[in-house]
Write a protein that binds this ligand. Structure first.
Ligand SMILES: [Zn+2]
Length: 293
């Protein structure tokens, strides 16, 4: 029987993420932040970098010309608060474009077809090629070997813990929150809300193993607290934080009895979206695990 499509896509995304982690390790990064500009520069002149404000045309663009790659990144996000030379979104974009360079099939496409790849980065795009490059960027900037020990030393992670880790790796809260759900051994999930609907989400293994196996998509948010937070400013034009409670079934697909969740909300102005970070008590899930045995 051929492999189902979702499975082969998952395998490709995981491979891209692992490739990003491998490049971070091979480049000698033993602590955060990982610098994607340095990695581009260490390619011995193979990659020429150029940044400018391209408004909303694209976040990044990679093309191949006469044996060299031209990597263009959009600096428009640098108007938002940042710690280093560039906003974390710009760093993520450069890492994403490096994915198109380091992933074999992406590079072959660029070299053989002589067509540029234009990107919207940081989980904005649904296209598989873009999701692979986002996976590469997440692995490069937040490799498991550096980030997982931090994430899993904290059984009761809060948004404050995630902010500290995001600062340490100079990545956005959005990216670190995604990585948190991917690597955490505890029940948690990260969701992105746009136009009052769930755009995407990532769920930790602890939720998945209890039957809550993935985030809902393209459905309107239903929890009362979450809707009240969004209603205060549905444009998400300024940074805001809030919290509330709800049910796992408001956000996640799967089969389980009702599970109470704690919800943290963030309005993220540069991407005009609302992030939700969910956690549950491990004890609330324990009985489902026993059922599995
Ligand atoms: Zn791309």
């Amino acid at each position: 029987m051929p492999e189902p499509l979702w499975k082969s896509r998952q395998v490709a995304r995981n491979a891209a993420l692992a490739k990003g982690e491998e490049i971070a390790k091979m480049s000698g990064f033993a602590t955060g932040p990982v610098d994607p500009f340095k990695i581009a520069e260490s390619e011995c002149g193979q990659i020429h970098l150029e940044g400018d404000d391209f408004r909303d045309a694209f976040d990044g663009r990679l093309s191949y010309h006469d044996g060299r790659f031209l990597l263009i990144y959009n600096t428009r996000y640098n108007v938002w608060a940042r710690n280093g030379a560039h906003h974390p979104k710009v760093r993520f974009t450069v890492a994403h474009e490096l994915g198109h360079y380091f992933l074999d099939r992406h590079r072959e496409f660029l070299v053989n077809r002589r067509l540029p790849i234009e990107s919207f980065t940081e989980f904005e795009s649904q296209h598989e090629v873009e999701r692979q490059a986002d996976g590469f960027a997440a692995g490069l900037l937040m490799p498991g070997y550096l980030v997982s020990p931090i994430i899993n030393s904290d059984a009761e992670a809060t948004v404050e813990s995630i902010k500290l880790a995001a600062d340490r790796f100079d990545v956005s809260l959005t990216s670190m929150m995604v990585r948190w759900a991917q690597l955490s051994h505890f029940p948690c999930a990260t969701l992105c809300i746009r136009d009052a609907r769930i755009q995407w989400g990532f769920v930790s293994d602890a939720f998945r193993s209890c039957g809550l196996w993935k985030a809902k998509r393209a459905v309107a948010i239903s929890g009362w607290d979450a809707r009240a937070f969004l209603a205060e400013d549905s444009s998400c034009g300024t940074f805001r934080e809030g919290s509330g409670t709800g049910w796992a079934a408001d956000w996640l697909e799967g089969e389980s009895d009702p599970v109470d969740v704690q919800e943290s909300y963030l309005a993220i102005p540069y991407s005009r979206c609302m992030l939700v970070f969910l956690t549950a008590e491990e004890s609330a899930l324990a009985k489902y695990r026993e059922d599995d045995d």
